[in-house]
Structure formats: C-alpha cells, structure tokens
Design a protein around this ligand. Structure first.
Ligand SMILES: Cc1ncc(COP(=O)(O)O)c(C=O)c1O
Length: 446
C-alpha cells in the first residue's frame, strides 16, 4: 500500500465529498494513452477522462492550436461579436453532420448545459412542455439535465421534486425488460416501442410532448447501442405527432463508435443533436445543433452564456477535426475495435470465466462487458446466485492495481472500455491483457 501524498491529504480535506474518484492519487501529467500519478505510477488510460481525450492526452496539434489561440484571443464573448474559431469550427463540423438539415449551431461549455438548452429550444419551438426520456438515460447533473437522467438515483437523491413534465420509457436493453442477453434486437425494439405506445395513450398525450430525448448508445445506463429499428420507430412517432427527436451524442460522438456520430448507424435524422466531450479533446466545449428553421424561431438573447463557445476551446475543436482526418482516426478505431472484441471473445471462451460474462456489446471503441451478478433489484429475473459479488467494481479496482484506469457503468455489473481512439495496437493489447488477468483473478477469488 503506497503512502498518501500531502497534496492528496489536502484534496481530501478541501475538495467536496460530493465527488467520487477512481483513485486518491494526484495526476501530474497526461501524454497520449497514459497519465502520470504523483505516487510514481504511469497508468494506461482506458477512461479518456470519461470519453473526452479521444485523441489521447495533450495531443500536440490540439495543444498547440489552443496555445496559439491563447496568445491571440482567449475570450471572444459570443453575445458581443462573432469570433473566428467559433465560425471555423462550424465550417469543420458542417460536412460531418449526420444529416444536411443540421446547419445551425450554438456552442456551450458542458454537456449538461447543452441538454438544458436543447430542452428549452424544444419547448419554445413546439409550445409544448413535456419531454420523454429513456429509462437508464444519462444527460447530466444540472437541474433540467438531472430531471431527464434516469440511470442511477444518486444523481437526484435528496433533490426532489425534479423539473416536472418528464416521462421515462423503457430502453431497448434486455435487462430493462427482464429478458436474457441473447434477445434479438427486433424483439427489444418492438417491446420498447410498445411501452412508448402505452406511455402515449395512458400517461401523456402526444400533442403535449415537445421532444423525445435519447442517447444512440446509452452510456451511464450500460453502454447499449439502440437498435436501428427502434430509432426508426421513434422517428416515425415524432413525425406523426410533431414531436422533436433530440439525439444526445455527448459520449458517443466524434468517432467514438467508429462513425462520426452513432446515430449514423440508423440513418435517422435528429431534429436537435447535442455534442460535447470528444469535440475538443479536453477543452470545455459542447454544442446544440439543429436546423435553421427551428433556431430561427428563437428570440435573440434567449440563448447565451458568459463562456459559451470559448475561443480557445473552439480553436482546439478545429484542431481536433483536422487531426481526426490527418491521423486517420476512423481507420484506427475500426482496427482496434476488432482487436478489442476478439480479445473479449477469447476471454469468454475460458471455461472458468465464460459463464460469468453475460454480454459483450458496443460499437467502435465504446464497448462494454456485463458480468453476472448474485444480487439485483428484488424482482430481477437475471440474478445468478452462483456469481461472485460486485464483479465489475472489483475488476476495475484490480486493473487499477495493475496500472490500468478503467471504469464501471450503470446499476448492473458493467465495465466500459473507452480508450483513446488513436491508441496503438500494442497499448490496446496491453490493456486487454491486464483486464483479462484481473477478471480471472477476481472470479477465482469468488
Ligand atoms: C450522454 C451524456 N449526456 C450528457 C452528459 C453531461 O455532460 P457534462 O458532464 O459535460 O455536463 C454526459 C456526461 O457524461 C453524457 O454522457
């Protein structure tokens, strides 16, 4: 057991207890796929700061663009004037939009703020108040975003009543329907759309619904991609009733799933798309993107924010867009994704381990392993009394001891893989080896 530094002790005393942490160490440097800790350890980072540093820590082109911008204009307040990085970033993003109708941009700082803005826009445009959100969805911790977040009760514990007019509906994740992991996507899609029908006939009239909000790969709810047929079904419902479809790509965007945006796997057109995280590789930047016909209805002054679309963050975003192309990131994601899935398939073949892995899923480098669990909610039909306790948390802890940062997600026993999108073949293999060793050790301990 390593000693705790005086800086850590200072942090433990003065940083709010409301924050959880993977480690108590202090990060002193980030470089590519690694971070350095003040206790001397060099950690392979499969968390990318929760899906943010997709091009690795301190990508030279991105850091240089930000440093150069710092010497030119740091704060170009968006309600005072246009600034160049803001407009250049839009220029870079327009050609990669999942639908050409998405041509009107507003940049903010965090994903939560963008979610708030999207809700506000949907209410304003439709003149309706209610929002349908997904059971298991995560959209942030500010007040409106917290109200549409349904992945864990901790995010709103002690804060009720939440913003009214939010209706959660089952997501096409087998666990939510009490079905086994091998249930077909079509069945999950049909059951979930049926739940939506019931919601719209028993709880809220569709003419009172402003928007349906969904992550195309549910993140904090378990890293579950939404089937194409489900997203198509949502689009049909929205079109029929004049409801806006808001796609939250905060975690799944910017090549994380192998395409620029995960919604592209379905071909479905978002009315509003929310982006953040990978857009600027660590600089605080988010965006609400919609079509001009919608945003032209907004009154000037209704949107804004002191730091919204900061010039340094936008310059970093421009460099990210260039680096993604120049560094052939999409090709790397495809190759590394295959290797990751192959490695997890190999682990599943292990006689001792296989039965403890319920599911391996995801797209690109947004991948999850779900373990069996001996506990669950009182009526969870998928509880396996023979499974070891808390597998995911224990595996993440064991990985940490082996110098790999990796995160759990959801209320189930799920480990998520979010490595850098430009990770080398060798580093990916190294992380997979550590993970496999950790799983084997923890399962053997029982
Ligand atoms: C899908 C999704 N939406 C919104 C958010 C909130 O973003 P932020 O933490 O930047 O407020 C997150 C954060 O993890 C997210 O994953």
């Amino acid at each position: 057991m390593r000693g705790v530094s005086t800086l850590t002790q200072f942090g433990q005393k003065h940083v709010t207890k409301g924050l959880g942490r993977l480690t108590e160490a202090v990060v002193t440097k980030g470089e590519g796929s690694y971070v350095q800790l003040d206790d001397g350890r060099r950690m392979l980072d499969f968390t990318t700061g929760i899906g943010v540093t997709s091009l690795g820590h301190c990508h030279p082109k991105v850091s240089k663009a930000a440093a150069d911008q710092c010497m030119n204009l740091v704060h170009g307040q968006c309600s005072i004037a246009f600034h160049e990085p803001y407009l250049r970033l839009i220029e870079k993003l327009l050609p990669i939009m999942p639908d050409p109708s998405l041509d009107s941009f507003f940049f903010w700082n965090s994903g939560s703020e963008a979610v708030e803005g999207a809700i506000k826009m949907a209410r304003w445009y439709t003149g309706r108040q209610n929002i349908i959100t997904m059971q298991g969805g995560y959209h942030g911790r500010t007040f409106g975003a917290m109200a549409v977040t349904r992945s864990k009760t901790i995010y709103s514990e002690g804060c009720h009543p939440l913003m009214p007019g939010v209706f959660p509906v089952a997501y096409p994740y087998w666990h939510q329907h009490g079905l086994p992991p091998n249930t077909s996507e079509d069945e999950l899609s049909e059951r979930s759309l049926y739940q939506l029908d019931l919601l719209l006939s028993q709880q809220v009239n569709p003419k009172d619904v402003a928007a349906i909000l969904i992550e195309p790969v549910i993140g904090e709810g378990g890293y579950v991609p939404a089937p194409k047929s489900y997203l198509e079904g949502l689009r049909t419902v929205c079109d029929k009733h004049g409801i806006l479809l808001i796609i939250d790509e905060v975690q799944s965007g910017f090549l994380r799933t192998g395409k620029y945006f995960a919604i592209e796997y379905s071909g479905v057109r978002p009315d509003i798309m929310i982006v953040a995280k990978g857009i600027a590789n660590g600089f605080p930047l988010s965006g609400i993107i919609s079509r001009k016909e919608i945003t032209d209805k907004l009154s000037p002054g209704s949107m804004g924010g002191t730091y919204a679309g900061n010039a340094v963050a936008c310059a970093a975003g421009v460099a990210v867009a260039d680096a993604m192309k120049e560094d052939k990131i999409q090709e790397n994601v495809a190759a590394r994704s295959k290797e990751l899935f192959d490695s997890l398939a190999e682990l599943r073949k292990d006689a001792e381990i296989g039965s403890k892995i319920l599911d391996v899923r995801g797209r690109g480098l947004m991948v999850a392993v779900e373990f069996a669990s001996p506990t669950g909610t009182p009526h969870d039909p998928l509880v396996d009394p023979s499974a070891p306790q808390n597998l995911a948390k224990r595996v993440a802890k064991r990985c940490l001891e082996k110098n790999l940062f990796i995160l759990t997600t959801s209320v189930y026993e799920v480990i998520r893989f979010i490595p850098p999108l430009n990770i080398s073949k060798e580093d990916l293999a190294k992380g997979c080896k550590i993970f496999a060793e950790a799983v084997k050790e923890v399962v053997r301990e029982g």
